[in-house]
Ligand binder design. Structure first.
Ligand SMILES: CC(C)(COP(=O)(O)OP(=O)(O)OC[C@H]1O[C@@H](n2cnc3c(N)ncnc32)[C@H](O)[C@@H]1OP(=O)(O)O)[C@@H](O)C(=O)NCCC(=O)NCCS
Length: 150
């Protein structure tokens, strides 16, 4: 599927966050505390009809896995189920890493669902540390990191 990656507001991410990330979990909370941060940005993949088929949110957040580095965290990566596996998630990550590199961020990291680890690894991210359950979804996760060496 051919998509254009565009900047959107946090509120434009709510629908996909709800349907893709919250369905079947104890949480229906689609607002992240970090959405309001001045450095947060939200990317969406728009299809040929302008429909948003993927979203992801990024903000500056240090990680103990890369102590002292200028780091950004990814949250809320969600792709429309009917177009999953067609490159939308990878396009969002690529656009984000280009932007983060250009502002001097040297590492991108995320609390990744175990069910999505294969995706992150295909995108070059590395799994670090032990697994854990997040408090909102109660799903198993691992931290993944990507060094943004230029
Ligand atoms: C995980 C997710 C964001 C990936 O986005 P996507 O658009 O489906 O992924 P892409 O098509 O860009 O995949 C890129 C590569 O990763 C692989 N991949 C995608 N999802 C995968 C998964 N869950 N497990 C293993 N590999 C996966 C693809 O096959 C593709 O491999 P290729 O380069 O060999 O073709 C999306 O499937 C999704 O929203 N899943 C449900 C919600 C979720 O888990 N979000 C992440 C929470 S941390």
């Amino acid at each position: 599927v051919s998509v254009e990656v565009v900047d959107v507001r946090a509120v434009d991410c709510h629908d996909l966050r709800r349907r893709v990330l919250r369905a079947g979990t104890p949480s229906d909370d689609v607002e992240f505390d970090e959405d309001a941060r001045p450095d947060a940005f939200h990317l969406a993949a728009a299809d040929a009809d302008g429909r948003l088929v993927g979203v992801a949110t990024f903000f500056l957040q240090p990680t103990p896995w890369r102590d002292g580095q200028r780091a950004a965290q990814l949250r809320g990566m969600a792709v429309e189920p009917t177009v999953q596996g067609q490159g939308v998630g990878a396009a969002l990550l690529r656009a984000a890493t280009d932007r983060l590199r250009s502002v001097g961020v040297t590492v991108l990291w995320a609390n990744a669902r175990d069910s999505a680890l294969g995706f992150y690894e295909r995108c070059g991210m590395v799994v670090v540390g032990d697994g854990f359950l997040t408090s909102d979804t109660l799903l198993p996760h691992h931290v993944v990191v990507l060094d943004l060496v230029s």
